[in-house]
Every structure is written in structure tokens, then in C-alpha cells.
Design a protein around this ligand. Structure first.
Ligand code: 13P
Length: 347
């Protein structure tokens, strides 16, 4: 393993003023997104949509450090025959690939608890993805915090199974000269408060870094992709922006080693503005207390606006690209702690 090369990629993924575009929706998820705008999901419509984003040149060059692709997309060509991977590279951004195979119910566990699959054959798949141009990968583990009102989950068994899988995935990635994004997502579904999210996230991260240590994963060549510390969507007591920032930074300072170059958040169902405002508040108020870069790896919070503006119509491409460029810029400014709500109104 060439740790220096891995570290260089990880540092570039967390470059100042930039973040990651998560465009790795599975075929099922992208169909749901397309259903919401009345567009049929076909290999061509998926290609057209993603090509449109990757062709937003200035935003890609200035604000997007890396793009997470899905298996289908990493093999697709743009309309003019250029591989989509090359479009991303040409914009100075790094191509990455989602490699997990999704979640399944965890046998023996309570309802809602899942484990992420995809380790079988992963060594071979990583070799192929590296040849196709991927320089980082993503594996998402999901921790349900009792969205059905069951306060006895998550269980230790669920956290152990998921963090162990993340560590085995991360070790395989580094062996293949690919930077692993380790993503343990504590869901924001349900009515739990922000403190319950804090406890579950802290527990998960402590377990994760122990597993990564035992698997001999070099943290300098990894990126963490976590949830923020927020209340569940159905909780009557939502945390303020300042509270989310304070609790999230406190949680990570207690659990994430300083050797990790970057922490890039998922948006997880937050609104576009919330996802930006939270990231900005952390970087504005706590930059001097954080050993890692704090940035974004948003799917919905970067794509909801361009998806809506596009609506599957060629004549809307320019408007959709403007919407994408705007969100990329707002989040890039939030990475620097330089965002302000007035910048949204001016747009
Ligand atoms: P969201 O930002 O929509 O949560 O997606 C990010 C992601 O990649 C989840 O795995």
C-alpha cells in the first residue's frame, strides 16, 4: 500500500472550499427521484441527468473535489462518447465509486436493524474499479435509532456487525490503492431528540475506530462520512443551528482521531438550506478546535434543486446547471465558514 498516495487523494477530497457530490443513487433510488419529477428512469435518462451535472464546468472545477458514482455510471459514456469518468477528471475532480450492495435485515436482531452487504468478491471488484478510474470508494452502514419508537435499538450487535464490515471494506480498499469513505449513518427518521442521536453516533464512531485500528487501516488514507447530530424528523423539539453545530463538533472531537484528513457529511434528509447552514456554523465557530477538515458529501442537498429545475427537459439544462452551481457554491462557502443566508436570497 502506498500510504502517501492514499493520503494525497484523501487530502484532495477534503480541499478547502470544496466538497463531494454523491451521485451514486442505486437504480431503485434514482427511479424514486425521477418519479418525483415525472421522468422515466432509463440508462439514457440517468446518463443525461448525470452528464448534465458533470458538465457544469465552473462548479465542478471550483467546488466539487470528488464525485461518487454508481456501478452503471462509471461504465457510461457521455453523449459524445467521452467516458463520464473522463468528464469528471477533466474538471479536476476525482471519480469515486459506491461499492456496498445495500442493507439486509440483521438476522437475530430487532425490527429495523440492518447490516450492509457486499464484502464477497469485493477485492476483485475494487481492482476493476481502479482500472476504470476510481480513486476512492464508499460503503454506507445504516444505524436505525428506533424509528418505530423502539428505544432498545441500536443494539451492540448491530453496531459491531456494521463497523466490522466497514473496517474489512476499508482494508480491502487501501490494499487496492483506493481511499475508503467510511460511512456510518445514524438515521434521522423517528422522534428521538438530538441527545439520543449524539449517544448513538458517539457509540458507533468509537466502535468504528476500534475496528479500523484492529484491521490495520491507516487513518491518513481514509475519509469519514457521518450524519450530523440532529433530532429525528418527527421529534417535536428540533435542535437549533447553533446546537447542531456544537453537539456535532463535540461528538467528533471525542471520537474521531486527528489523523483522519477529512469529515464529509451526508445530508440525510435535511433541507438544502439546513445542510448548508449547519456546515457553515461548524466551520465558522469551531475551525480552530478541529484537527480535520469539515466538508460535505451531499446527495439530496446538492441535487434536489437541479433535479426539479431539469424536469427531464433539454430546454431546462441551463437552469438546472445554474441551480446545481448555486448549491455547490453555497456549500463550498459553508466549508470555509463564509456562507450567509443573504447569499441565498440574492441568487
Ligand atoms: P444524502 O446527502 O442525500 O443523504 O446522500 C448522501 C449519501 O451518499 C448517502 O449515502
Amino acid at each position: 500500500m502506498n500510504l502517501e498516495a492514499l493520503n494525497k487523494v484523501a487530502v484532495a477530497m477534503a480541499a478547502p472550499g470544496k466538497g463531494i457530490l454523491a451521485a451514486d443513487e442505486s437504480s431503485g433510488t434514482i427511479k424514486k427521484r425521477f418519479d418525483s419529477i415525472g421522468v422515466e428512469s432509463t440508462p439514457e435518462s440517468r446518463r443525461d441527468y448525470r452528464e448534465m451535472l458533470f458538465h457544469t464546468e465552473a462548479a465542478m472545477r471550483e467546488r466539487i473535489s470528488g464525485v461518487i458514482l454508481y456501478d452503471e455510471t462509471i461504465r457510461q459514456n457521455a453523449k459524445d462518447g467521452t467516458p463520464l469518468v473522463k468528464l469528471i477528471e477533466k474538471a479536476g475532480s476525482i471519480p469515486g465509486i459506491k461499492v456496498d450492495a445495500g442493507t439486509k435485515p440483521l438476522a437475530g436482531a430487532k425490527a429495523g436493524e440492518v447490516v450492509t452487504e457486499g464484502l464477497d468478491g469485493l477485492r476483485e471488484r475494487l481492482g476493476e474499479y481502479h482500472r476504470l478510474g476510481a480513486r476512492f470508494a464508499k460503503w454506507r452502514a445504516v444505524i436505525d435509532l428506533g424509528r418505530n419508537g423502539d428505544r432498545s435499538i441500536p443494539s451492540g450487535a448491530c453496531i459491531r456487525a456494521n463497523t466490522h464490515a466497514l473496517a474489512r471494506y476499508a482494508a480491502l480498499c487501501q490494499e487496492a490503492e483506493i481511499v475508503p469513505i467510511v460511512e456510518p449513518e445514524v438515521l434521522m427518521d423517528g422522534d428521538h431528540d438530538a441527545d439520543a442521536c449524539y449517544e448513538a453516533t458517539l457509540w458507533t464512531l468509537k466502535a468504528l475506530y476500534q475496528e479500523l485500528y484492529e484491521a490495520n487501516v491507516s487513518l491518513e488514507g481514509t475519509i469519514l462520512k457521518p450524519n450530523m447530530i440532529v433530532a429525528g424528523k418527527k421529534c417535536p423539539k428540533q435542535a437549533s443551528i447553533a446546537e447542531v453545530a456544537e453537539k456535532t463538533v463535540k461528538c467528533f472531537r471525542n471520537a474521531v482521531p486527528a489523523a483522519v484528513p477529512g469529515i464529509v457529511f451526508l445530508s440525510g434528509g435535511q433541507s438544502d438550506i439546513e445542510a448548508t447552514a449547519h456546515l457553515d456554523a461548524m466551520n465558522k465557530s469551531y475551525a480552530s478546535r478541529m484537527p480535520w477538515k469539515l466538508s460535505f458529501s451531499y446527495g439530496r442537498a446538492l441535487q434536489a434543486a437541479p433535479l426539479k429545475a431539469w424536469g427531464g427537459k433539454a430546454e431546462n439544462v441551463a437552469a438546472a446547471q445554474r441551480a446545481f452551481a448555486h448549491r455547490a457554491k453555497m456549500n463550498g462557502l459553508a466549508q470555509l465558514g463564509q456562507w450567509a443566508e443573504s447569499l441565498e436570497k440574492a441568487a
